[in-house]
Design a protein around this ligand. Structure first.
Ligand SMILES: *[C@@H]1O[C@H](CO)[C@@H](O)[C@H](O)[C@H]1NC(C)=O
Ligand SMILES: *[C@@H]1O[C@H](CO)[C@@H](O)[C@H](O)[C@H]1NC(C)=O
Ligand SMILES: *[C@@H]1O[C@H](CO)[C@@H](O)[C@H](O)[C@H]1NC(C)=O
Ligand SMILES: *[C@@H]1O[C@H](CO)[C@@H](O)[C@H](O)[C@H]1NC(C)=O
Length: 327
């Protein structure tokens, strides 16, 4: 009896569901999305999977690719601390070029360090091209201090200890990910002549200036830079908006740390990376979210993902899409 009753209810709810659901043979094609996770995370952690599902709930049928350096979750997490960023980027560029769904371009979301890595992808590769790039709490002008580790995060602690040997040593610049975007305002000269990643993608070294970087970045439809108002992990937090500490003048007694904002940075005023071009045409969006580093509240991410992700593509031909569903 109970069984029957349950079965009946089940059938009934199926019928009701069918009636209540608007007729929609197929979701409209949307511009796909690529996400690059942050430090200490992996491409398919529970948090990342949840976030991707929430985005799909918002934009039905959206294709999402989560960037990985290793299919093994633990190894992928480790690659956020140890590795050569330039080589990692090349791997990821190959990975993205290989995904059929992305072949016509995509929007991208970078969490924390994933944000400056995706920007570097745009500058150096951008095939397939990025349309909108949103970075959450990223370190576009580097960090002046290493992020603190969680208590039991041994990989993080190992990386931090290794960095004490010197962030600008050749070994660190090829093996410690955070060292490769460490920008020390007290040792700018050393940073410029030894940084293998950040000084290069920021085109801060006159001798190795690469015009392609600026041309590519300037093709973005929008660059959305999100800063977390109470960020204590990224030092200085203004790095998320291309801010940095002013170079320290050793002959001056004042040691108060002042922030050079984006529009006063030499890389901006000289338009070394196309940032000024983007900004002057209204394509740089500066956003603030409340809270500590990567505290992704609904109020923080939802309006941005609504506005900059999942656009229905104009070349949508209903007949064509319906055909795809049949096979
Ligand atoms: C691209 O995909 C092919 C076929 O699956 C695979 O053999 C190749 O290694 C992939 N290349 C990259 C760079 O991931
Ligand atoms: C500039 O960057 C592009 C894209 O990464 C690269 O193909 C090119 O070789 C670089 N040019 C120089 C002079 O390094
Ligand atoms: C890099 O800059 C530092 C500080 O100015 C200097 O001591 C060092 O000799 C430079 N190294 C190279 C390889 O130019
Ligand atoms: C450093 O500070 C001194 C004293 O305030 C000043 O005379 C000098 O011009 C400053 N140098 C730079 C490079 O800003």
């Amino acid at each position: 009896m109970v069984h029957l009753f349950a079965l009946n209810t089940c059938l009934l709810s199926l019928v009701v569901y069918a009636l209540a659901t608007p007729v929609r043979l197929v979701d409209p094609p949307r511009r796909p999305l690529v996400i690059w996770h942050g430090l200490g995370d992996s491409y398919a952690s529970p948090g990342m999977l949840e976030f991707m599902q929430l985005i799909k709930d918002m934009h039905s049928g959206l294709f999402i690719h989560s960037v990985y350096l290793n299919e093994d979750l633990e190894e992928d997490q480790k690659a956020g601390f140890f590795g050569n960023v330039n080589e990692q980027l090349e791997t990821v560029a190959g990975q993205l070029a290989n995904v059929t769904e992305l072949s016509k371009g995509f929007d991208a979301i970078g969490f924390s360090q994933g944000g400056q890595f995706l920007r570097a992808y745009v500058e150096r590769y951008n095939t397939p091209p990025v349309n909108n790039l949103i970075t959450f709490g990223s370190q576009h002008m580097g960090v002046s201090d290493l992020p603190a580790c969680r208590r039991w995060d041994l990989v993080c602690q190992l990386a931090r200890r290794a960095a004490r040997g010197g962030v600008y040593t050749e070994w660190a610049q090829h093996n410690l990910v955070q060292a490769q975007y460490y920008r020390d305002p007290e040792q700018l000269e050393t940073y410029l002549n030894s940084s293998t990643f950040l000084a290069d993608v920021n085109n801060e070294v006159p001798e190795s200036h690469n015009g392609t970087y600026a041309d590519n970045l300037a093709t973005l439809n929008a660059l959305v830079l999100v800063l977390f108002a109470a960020d204590k992990t990224v030092v200085p937090k203004e790095s998320s908006w291309f801010g940095s500490y002013a170079p320290v003048n050793t002959s001056s007694a004042a040691d108060e740390k002042t922030i050079v904002p984006m529009r006063l940075q030499p890389l901006y005023t000289h338009d070394w990376i196309g940032l000024r071009t983007l900004d002057e045409s209204g394509r740089v969006v500066l956003e603030t979210c409340d809270g500590e580093h990567m505290q992704l509240t609904d109020e923080c991410w939802k309006p941005l993902v609504q506005r900059f992700v999942g656009e229905v593509l104009d070349d949508y031909v209903p007949g064509e899409a319906a055909l795809r569903v049949q096979d």
